[in-house]
Structure formats: structure tokens, C-alpha cells
Ligand binder design. Sequence first.
Ligand code: NAI
Length: 448
Amino acid sequence: MYDLIILGAGPAGYLAAERAAQAGLDVLIIEKRFIGGVCLNEGCIPSKALLHSAKVLDYAKHSAQYGVTVQNASIDHSAVIERKNKIVKMLTAGIKGKMRTNKVTVIDGEGVITGKNTVAVGDAKYQGRRILICTGSQPIIPPIKGVAEGLKNGTVVTNRELLDIKEIPDKLVVIGGGVIGLEMASYFNSAGSNVTVIEMLPHIAGQTDKEVSAILLKNYADKGIEFKLGCKVVEVTDNAVIYESEGKSDMAHADKVLLSIGRKPVVDGIGLEAIGVYCENGAIVTDKTMRTNIANVYAAGDVNGKSMLAHTAYREAEVAVNNMLGKKDIMRYNAVASVIYTSPEVASVGETEETAAGKGLEVEVITQPMMFSGRYVAENVRGDGICKIVIDKKLKNILGVHMIGNYASEIIYGAALMIEMQMRVEDVKELIFPHPTVCEIIRETLFK
Ligand code: NAI
């Protein structure tokens, strides 16, 4: 009997395996596709490799602004993909190595729960004192006319296939202007595609602060991406996407269509019904300790549908393992940062004005252009980034920080720490930020 059986070796699964094994538990992890999950193989990491190549190209193309002459800068997409594959190989090998060093048993196969302490892989059955479900998420495939056929013939792709396409499409239509849609639109726009993003909402980037998403939209519209906002896709044909807006129908020509309208937890076919694991809206319901309604069964990562970010999955995995070990630990979601790795980058943490208002919180909002950071001015010709800080009017602590501008992705953890530690404006004002850095913008905003 294992102390712990984990289903799925993505960020939640492999981190839980590592932490649990380090604490002395005998751990079995079962993975049906690839160690590292979506994040490492076809999500966070590979997309960042592509986006970095796009950034290098953009710098080269606009190098004259920085006094540097570069001639004929162009992208070699196959070399970009080759580099991406090497990175994925290296990092997945690292995870495999960690499993070996920590003596975690790894099984390649599809695990199905058949009892409160039993998981089957084919004909083999494994016993575990506890089970941790980390089966992740998969793209939502909407019942739009032509999508199923398009997926079969390769005209329609999800981010999985798009990351490996051999040629840059002349016309790429992206359905859904959320995180995946925007990151991929960003790469393919830089790589030479004519990109159109069709988004149902009147704005891009989902829950992102509206002022920040408007700046992002303007940056990408200036780079040539076409945005069709408030538009609902009704049909996909072999060479076009048909959409409707205010009762009128229109179309965008497409050589390739990226479907990125969200992801849903993987809860089917893993035996949840065999032991009665409770789900709501297609996600496993967990408490603050990541426990399901079944005492020895936990769930971490996208499968519980709470935040669907790799870094949330890491922390949820740690909380689950700590609770298995009898250590008190609870999951808090109020300081989970989110980043869109476009150029400029977007990073946010905590409350926006809208979410704060929804909770009845009275807030004060301070916004400062990124140009108030000397380093930002030195590195961004005509940069139009901003930093916006949401403050609790009564308690004077930081509730949210929202930024657009490069390095935001690397700065935001500091803002998350301020929220996590419930720091007041006065506390942050006493912090000494290194100079010159873009992170000084936080100080500049608070002293506005
Ligand atoms: P998303 O939820 O971020 O965005 C989907 C967008 O599609 C929404 O804006 C929605 O209004 C729109 N939409 C839905 N149906 C539509 C339709 N029929 N026509 C037009 N628009 C439609 O989902 P996305 O981009 O697929 O990402 C999935 C998940 O992956 C997210 O949970 C995200 O957190 C995660 N992710 C995170 C990344 C990061 O942290 N940088 C990068 C990539 C993915």
C-alpha cells in the first residue's frame, strides 16, 4: 500500500509527489501523456519560448530606436520550434530526475479510481492510503458549426497544435481574446501572420483591469492585429470564420483558426463516480485544505477549477500534502498574481476597482504612468505602460496592483507579497527599492 497515489504529473501532481516524498511518504504518480503536464509540454513554458523569440525579433526590427542597426531581421519559425522543443525536453528531464531522486514511483498509463483506496491502470490495481487528483484541464470545444470538422482536418487548432505548426499561417483568426488567444496572437503577429482576434466581450483579457486591457488592445492594434470585439462566432468554414455582432453577420478569412475560449477541468473517465467525489459546474469541489468530500481524497490544480494557473496549482499541491502530513495549512486565493506574457507584459494581483466594488469595499485608486520609472524610460521608446494600485480606503492597505509594461511579470510577486502580508501604504513607502528599476514604479505610484 502506497501512502499517496497521485493522478496526473502536471505542476500540481509532480510538486505534490516531490514534497510528499521528501517528507517520507511512499508515493506513486500516474501519468497518461507526459510528465510536466500541459504547463511544461504545451502551455506556459513552450509559449514563453516562442514569445521570447518574438520579443528578440521585435527588438531587432526596431533597434534603430535604440541606436543599433540591424539589417533584414527575420524569424526562422522552425528554429524557434526546435529551440522550444529542446527547452521542453530539458525541463521535463529535470522533473523526471526529481522523481527519481526522491524515489517516487512513476507509472505511464491512465489511472482510474475504482475504490477509496484503489486506483487501476489497465489490469493492474494499486492501493493507496490517500489519493490526490491532479488531472488538470483541457480546451473547451464549443458546439459551433464547422469547429469539429475543422479540428479533424487541421484548419482549427487549440494551443496544443498551434505550438507545433510547421509554417506561419498567412491569416490567423483567434477565437477568444483571453490569455492564450492574446499570447498566441502576439507571437504570430510578430512572426508575420495577419492576425484577427474575435472576442465575445466588449474588451480583451477577461478580468484584467479595464484601463490596462485597453492599453494592451491599443498596442496590438498599432502592431496590426485586428480586433473584433463584442462578436460571437457562429460558424467556421475551411477558409473563414463567420461571426455576428448586433444582429449583423460578417466574416474573417483564415488559413488557420485558433480556438482559445477557455479550459475546463478533466473530471470524466477518472472514476470519480465510483467513490462519489462531489463536483460542481464540472469541477471537483475542494475545501481550504484541498480535501474533497471524501476524507482521504484531495484535488489540486486546474481540476478544481478555482484559479487554473500553474503557480496556484503548486501552492494547492503543497497545502494538500501539508494537510496529509497533519500540518495546518490553508489555501488563500486573494494574492494569486496573473500575468499575460505579451509585449508589453500585463501583470495583476488582488482586487481591481470592479471586484472591490462587487465586495462592497471602499477603495482609493492611484495610477501612475510607467514613464515615472527611469529604467523604463531608458528601455522603452514611447512606452505607454501604467501601474495602478487599489487601496482600502479605511484600512489603508494594498488590495490590488495592476501593471502593463515590460518586467511587470517579474515585479508582480512583490505586489503579491504586499497583499499577502496585508501591508499598509505607509509600510510600503518605507521599503527601499533598487534604483534604477522598473519596480520603483510601485513607490512612485504610492507617493503620487
Ligand atoms: P480565457 O478564459 O482566458 O479566455 C477565453 C476568452 O474567450 C474570453 O475572453 C471569452 O469571453 C472568449 N469567448 C468565449 N467564447 C467565445 C466565442 N464563442 N466567441 C468569441 N469569444 C469567446 O481562456 P484561454 O485564453 O483559453 O486560457 C485558458 C486558461 O489557460 C485560462 O484559465 C488561463 O488562466 C490559462 N492560461 C494562463 C496563461 C498565463 O498565466 N499566462 C497562459 C495561457 C493560459
